[in-house]
Design a protein around this ligand. Structure first.
Ligand code: PMP
Length: 367
């Protein structure tokens, strides 16, 4: 068996230990005589899996007691509609929602939200081709917004918030909503600074199909009447994420990933590793004229590293050589071009080192 180094932006690499454990438990989970996939979501076996996953996630992120953790479906794109459907009802209609446009994913969120509310783009880095997070001082927030939406890590553009923006002074208590799909659990965060955190699982958590929502409890219970029941946070919370059948197998794998994270020393230790991995790659990219990363240093993502070859006619040869060395999924997103290496929690430092070694080798040959 050959395991490759998979730099996919998502679905993405998972810890090998987790996959091994899942393989061992596939046919008979803990003497139950069945696979987790076959279990009733209401049975005691699955409830124990669910409760452990919830508890471990709460520990890992330090989620305060007045926040609910919801296990949903619909992905990040689903949340682009689900969030307004649950939050704009807090204000008289039509409500205003503030957005900071930092890249492809916040642009998508803006487009979807326009179906449900008035959108105010408080700041945008579009004119700079999304190469930096607009400084907090430049944001033009509306005082009466129902909420303020940010995407804290732009998977496609490769920019990441390195701080939690403080919006209290400029709003009447608007909650901060963050799409953390592509960096949740990669760094420490203060959950109490956010009203809502959401993210699809398929980067740092587990299989696609599971979406996490962490929501402060006073923001639950104001969904618009047209909100689909399965996405009304109150119904979901009151039923411990079992109003409808949750993505049981994805929750089980996420639970194994949470246990793995705890064995690695938790989010703090993982963050240190992610800082080191990102530095290894960026330092090399910056040291050569052969490759480049165009993102402002203070906004660079530790998870998604877009880069370009100076001579783009070599792109195909670069990707072919990478494939020969089992370094896969390095082609950049079509909207940005070039290359992109996604280096999530489960990407070992050896994978990043192998990539840097290949970057050097390719440069030596073609530089
Ligand atoms: N937000 C971000 C930051 C993402 O990276 C993605 C997926 N790449 C999404 C939202 C959309 O997620 P999904 O495809 O699961 O709906």
């Amino acid at each position: 068996m050959t395991r490759v180094f998979n730099f996919s932006a998502g679905p993405a690499v998972l810890p090998q230990e987790v996959l091994q454990q899942a393989a061992e438990e596939m046919l008979d989970w803990h003497g139950s005589g069945m696979s987790v996939m076959e279990m009733s979501h209401r049975g005691k076996e699955f409830i124990s899996i669910y409760e452990a996953a919830e508890r471990d996630l709460r520990d890992l992120l330090g989620v305060p007691g007045n926040y609910r953790i919801l296990f949903l479906q619909g992905g990040g794109i689903g949340e682009n509609a689900i969030v307004p459907l649950n939050l704009v009802g807090r204000k008289s209609q039509p409500a205003v929602v503030d957005f900071v446009n930092t890249g492809s994913w916040s642009s998508k969120s803006i487009k979807e939200a326009k179906k449900y509310c008035q959108v105010n783009v408080a700041a945008s880095s579009e004119a700079q081709k999304f190469t930096a997070i607009p400084p907090r001082e430049s944001w033009k927030l509306s005082r009466n917004a129902a909420y303020v939406h940010i995407c804290t890590n732009e998977t496609i553009d490769g920019v990441e918030f390195q701080y939690t923006p403080d919006i209290a002074a400029d709003t009447d208590g608007a909650p901060l909503v963050a799409d953390m799909s592509s960096h949740i659990l990669s760094r420490e965060i203060d959950v109490s600074k956010y009203g809502v955190i959401f993210g699809g699982a398929q980067k740092n958590i587990g299989p696609a199909g599971l979406t996490l929502v962490i929501v402060r409890d006073d923001l639950i219970g104001q969904a618009l009447p047209i909100c689909p029941s399965a996405f009304d946070w109150k119904l979901v919370a009151d039923n411990n994420s079992m109003y409808n059948t949750p993505p049981t197998y994805a929750i089980y794998i996420a639970g194994l990933v949470f246990q793995w994270l705890k064995r690695q020393g938790g989010v703090k230790a993982m963050e240190q590793r992610n800082i080191a991995k990102a530095a290894l790659l960026y330092d090399y990219l910056d040291s050569t004229g052969f490759y480049s990363n165009n993102i402002a240093k203070e906004s660079r993502s530790r998870m998604n590293v877009p880069f370009f070859l100076k001579d783009e006619t070599l792109n195909e040869a670069f990707l072919a050589g990478a494939k020969e060395r089992n370094l896969l999924q390095l082609k950049g997103h079509k909207s940005v071009g070039g290359m992109r290496a996604s280096i999530y929690n489960a990407m070992p430092v050896e994978g990043v080192q192998a990539l840097v070694d290949y970057l050097k080798e390719f440069e030596k040959k073609h530089g």
